[in-house]
Design a protein around this ligand. Structure first.
Ligand code: ADP
Ligand code: MG
Length: 432
């Protein structure tokens, strides 16, 4: 009966909660008419009373028991309260993982192949190659996707592994709860007992000193026993203010990899893949239209596609260019407005600590010419403007000057790591 009850609850509450609060319970004799549950400690008892007891009463009532006779107390049956599961009891498990995010449905491109390769490698041999692995990049680029994919891969390859996915915000709120309930030890044990900890969006730790402190210790404990940690952050971790230096430096102990906004080819591939998953074939002109105009992130790309498909199905219209433009008019307009040449000039000037007027001037010193070329290149990459239009916007220059600038930056990006990083950062700033 208890097994059935667990199965029933499994459909009602997240697995993680089930594992934390319900599985530790024992059903003490259901021969009679009473259902007596025992909890290993006060904390579990209170949690269950507060959140799950009603559900369980529901279940037992359905099986002919009197709801009022379903009770929960702190365990007296086994004299020792159960603290840690024993070796045999300790079965593997995956907490908080989302089935939809897998390596197989992650579309690869230049912008994300490094992050993908690192995640895959870590998943192949957790705890040994890079620890921690930290993926960073702006929102909607697939960090969470890769985190879940790695977790899923590890859990499937090792049935005994305990894999836990967790958003940093949740870590913070659970820690606060644990402090309030005086159960910080249980909290600690819980996170230190997993084999792989996947912690999403660590920028949430900014300014939360106590959480950082707690995480710092968890982090060390996990690393020491070679448990794998994978983290994500929405920007380069050193740029997150309000994170303690010692924690920040620790983030960099393993491997830190960025995910960039996808380039045009990747955006096309993503659209095609997502359409195929929905059993839909998009014509090239529709795919190109969306991919050309929506540059910043995959989430928006996906959102646009979803709304297009939903609208088309609802109205029975075929998805052609005209219909796409009609449905996505507002979305596309926002994206167009976001990145203007003017905006690029301002961001580039800020970045290199110069004035926009310098970018537009005739001055040719290297310290001005290079940023100017960068700005032109970004304008070509990120807007729909033609070369003559861009030249015009840069103090009335010729289109061949713009072309030259683009080629120059492109080739420098191949050879010069620092410039490549500058380009990546500017792109990130402009597109997020
Ligand atoms: P982030 O965590 O970086 O903000 P997510 O991982 O939540 O981004 O990704 C947003 C959405 O885009 C998700 O639905 C995810 O599946 C999808 N996505 C992102 N990158 C890719 C990719 N390379 N291939 C397929 N889907 C992707
Ligand atoms: Mg995310």
């Amino acid at each position: 009966l208890w097994q059935q009850c667990l199965e029933r609850l499994e459909r009602q509450i997240p697995l993680e909660e089930l594992n934390t609060w319900i599985r530790p319970l024992q059903l003490d004799g259901n021969g009679g008419e009473r259902i007596r549950l025992t909890a290993p400690n006060d904390l579990v008892r209170d949690q269950v009373r507060q959140h799950y007891l009603e559900m369980m009463r529901e279940f037992f009532a359905y099986h002919g028991f009197d709801r009022e006779k379903v009770t929960i107390e702190v365990g007296s049956r086994s004299s020792e309260p159960r603290v840690e599961p024993s070796a045999e009891q300790r079965r593997g498990g995956a907490w908080g993982l989302d089935e939809r995010y897998r390596f197989e449905n992650f579309v690869l491109g230049k912008s994300n192949e490094l992050a993908f390769a690192a995640a895959k490698q870590v998943a192949n041999s957790p705890g040994t190659v890079y620890n921690p692995l930290l993926l960073y990049g702006s929102t909607g680029l697939g960090k969470t996707h890769l985190l879940h994919a790695a977790g899923r891969f590890i859990a499937e390859a090792n049935p005994n592994a305990q894999v836990m996915y967790l958003h940093a915000e949740k870590f913070v709120s659970e820690m606060i709860q644990a402090l309030r309930r005086d159960s910080i030890d249980a909290f600690k044990r819980r996170y230190r007992s997993v084999d792989t900890l996947l912690l999403d969006d660590i920028q949430f730790f900014a300014g939360k000193d106590r959480s950082q402190e707690e995480f710092f210790h968890t982090f060390n404990a996990l690393l020491e026993s070679r448990q794998q940690i994978i983290l994500t952050c929405d920007r380069y971790p050193k740029e997150v203010d309000g994170i303690e230096a010692r924690l920040r430096s620790r983030f960099g102990w393993g491997l830190t990899v960025s995910i960039e906004p996808p380039d045009f080819e990747t955006r096309v591939a993503i659209l095609q893949k997502k359409a195929a998953e929905r059993e839909l074939e998009l014509s090239d002109d529709v795919t190109f239209l969306i991919a050309r105009r929506m540059r910043s992130n995959v989430r928006d790309l996906e959102g646009a596609l979803n709304s297009l498909i939903a609208n088309a199905r609802f109205s029975g219209r075929t998805i052609d260019v005209e219909y796409t433009q009609e449905i996505l008019r507002d979305v596309l307009a926002v994206h167009d407005r976001l990145i203007t040449i003017e905006n690029i000039q301002k961001v580039v000037a800020d970045y290199y600590q110069m004035r926009v007027a310098d970018l537009l001037s005739r001055r040719r010193s290297r310290s001005i010419a290079r940023p100017r070329q960068m700005a032109m290149y970004l304008a070509k990459e990120l807007t729909e403007h033609s070369l003559p239009e861009i030249g015009n916007a840069f103090g009335g220059r010729d289109h061949t000057t713009v072309l030259h600038a683009c080629r120059k930056i492109e080739s420098l990006c191949e050879s010069d790591g620092r410039l490549r990083e500058e380009h990546a950062r500017l792109t990130r700033e402009l597109t997020s």
